[in-house]
Design a protein. Structure first.
Length: 121
């Protein structure tokens, strides 16, 4: 499966509503996945350096568990687990449960992230 890119748009809520209305009416201009945040401050909190490192390392490491990912990053399991769960909730990674113990395996959903500056061309 070839991974695609995800676009993160920094835009006010009114623009998000307008985009959703177009999409629901079948007039969507967006192709692919889009995640919307309301401000640059929120984007900075959502995409912290540690979370970006997780996103970058999962495709190359292909960890067999969150614990294995934490060990390879030399970070505390609890913090990595929290970040992985957050990224999974956003839809940026997928968690597959495997084995008798249903070990959660983080899997990349996207090959890259594009940030839409919200500036009209």
């Amino acid at each position: 499966m070839k991974l695609k890119r995800v676009r993160i748009a920094v835009e006010p809520l009114s623009q998000t509503h307008a985009r959703w209305k177009k999409a629901l009416a079948g007039k969507s201009v967006s192709k692919g996945a889009v995640i919307t945040v309301g401000s640059w401050e929120v984007l900075g909190k959502v995409m912290s350096p540690r979370r970006l490192e997780i996103l970058a390392r999962i495709p190359t490491l292909r960890p067999q568990s969150i614990a294995a990912l934490a060990r390879s990053l030399k970070r505390d399991f609890k913090n990595v687990h929290a970040d992985v769960m957050f990224l999974a909730d956003l839809g940026l990674i997928e968690l597959k449960a495997e084995g008798k113990r249903k070990t959660l395996i983080p899997v990349a959903r996207f090959a890259g992230i594009e940030v839409d500056l919200g500036v009209a061309a």
